[in-house]
Design a protein around this ligand. Structure first.
Ligand code: TYD
Length: 141
């Protein structure tokens, strides 16, 4: 179930009179083996996070509480904005996607699942460098 493009993922919402439960398992609901989990909360609405692309890491982002937006850009002219506002919906981001996360609600908790352990070296934090990297990748293929 390896994926190569940005895609919204719908998870099964299990619930009963005690409340809701969402289960996400690596290599099943999440299209990779989950090696890292981090979560972002307490970001003001005017804050823009992300602003980077990753050479290797794939991500699934889930707003488990509140809401935020993620703008994605593949460096080849394709851009899209997704609203993350449901705990049972995630967005899959393959490697080499420039992403901005913003418009965080006060109660936003953005859960991020990643296919890789943290390695600062695989983060591209300059947009110009990202565009150059994409161009060179295309040459190799
Ligand atoms: P950063 O990548 O700027 O966060 P965001 O993607 O939300 O904009 O990370 C903020 C700081 O946290 C930065 O100093 C790197 C560190 N960090 C880790 O040490 N491990 C991680 O897995 C992540 C995502 C960040």
């Amino acid at each position: 179930m390896r994926k190569v493009s940005v895609e919204l993922l719908e998870f099964k919402e299990q619930g009963d009179d005690r409340g809701h439960l969402v289960v996400v398992e690596g290599n099943k609901d999440i299209p990779f083996d989950i090696k890292r989990i981090f979560y972002i909360y307490g970001s003001s609405p005017e804050v823009v996070r992300g602003q980077h692309a990753n050479k290797r890491s794939e991500f699934v982002l889930i707003n488990v509480a509140g809401n935020s937006k993620v703008k994605i850009d593949d460096g080849k002219g394709n851009e899209a904005v997704f609203s993350l506002n449901r705990p049972h919906t995630g967005i899959y981001l393959p490697k080499l996607i420039w992403k901005d996360m913003y418009d965080f609600s006060a109660d936003s908790v953005l859960l991020c699942l990643s296919s890789e352990h943290y390695d600062a070296e695989e983060y591209i934090r300059s947009y110009d460098e990202f565009i150059e990297y994409i161009k060179n990748e295309d040459k190799v293929i």
